[in-house]
Design a binder for this molecule. Structure first.
Ligand code: S6P
Ligand code: ZN
Length: 185
């Protein structure tokens, strides 16, 4: 009867362990997601937009498992639109997810299949249940790093294509200093 230390640690916004997979998204990786694509293209393409560390204890697509990830989204804007994640529906659309705020301030942007878009404020300690069939993306509205956690079913998968093609029906922009959801044109 052994007690083992798996040396898998989640502390503050650091996720560490042998099995952690790291992904980076630079401005060059998120072409087309902002309204002002020429403004994005004119910026330093090596600038980080966000980084994700994930623990994948089972193979992607496995029924019955969970994945756990920490996203670090840098502050910045492309034109008047805040830095944000690509955003996705789950490929298995009937899969929900939890997000929670750890550091910084942001908005979780949500959209249903009918194109209704709304937002939830993210801040240290905020907890967000993302129901199935709801697209989700996060924007950093502060001057500091925004860190948030996520936990989702290992068979959820990601449908990035629908958002890449159709986008969300609203964009989060700074209007008179205030983060505001503006209908997409
Ligand atoms: C996965 C979960 C997060 C995102 C991450 C980056 O289901 O929602 O780990 O992958 O926040 O966002 P995106 O939209 O580029 O995957
Ligand atoms: Zn997701």
């Amino acid at each position: 009867m052994k007690i083992i230390d798996k040396e898998l640690v989640f502390l503050d916004d650091q996720l560490e362990g042998e099995e952690i997979v790291h992904a980076e998204r630079k401005l060059s990786d998120i072409a087309g997601i902002f309204q002002d694509e020429s403004a994005r293209a004119s910026m330093d393409q090596d600038q980080f937009a966000y980084e994700v560390d994930c623990h994948f204890p089972v193979e992607e697509g496995t029924l019955g498992g969970l994945f756990f990830g920490i996203t670090k989204l840098y502050p910045g804007k492309v034109g008047d639109e805040y830095f944000m994640t690509k955003g996705h529906f789950h490929a298995e659309s009937e899969r929900a997810e939890y997000y929670w705020g750890i550091k910084g301030h942001g908005v979780l942007i949500l959209m249903d299949r009918d194109g209704n878009t709304w937002g939830e404020k993210m801040y240290p300690g905020s907890l967000h249940y993302i129901p199935s069939h709801i697209a989700h993306r996060v924007a950093n509205v502060g001057d500091e790093l925004l860190s948030f956690g996520a936990c989702w079913p290992s068979d959820a998968g990601h449908d990035y294509e629908t958002i890449a093609t159709d986008g969300f029906t609203a964009r989060l922009k700074e209007v008179d200093g205030v983060p505001t959801l503006i209908p997409s044109k």
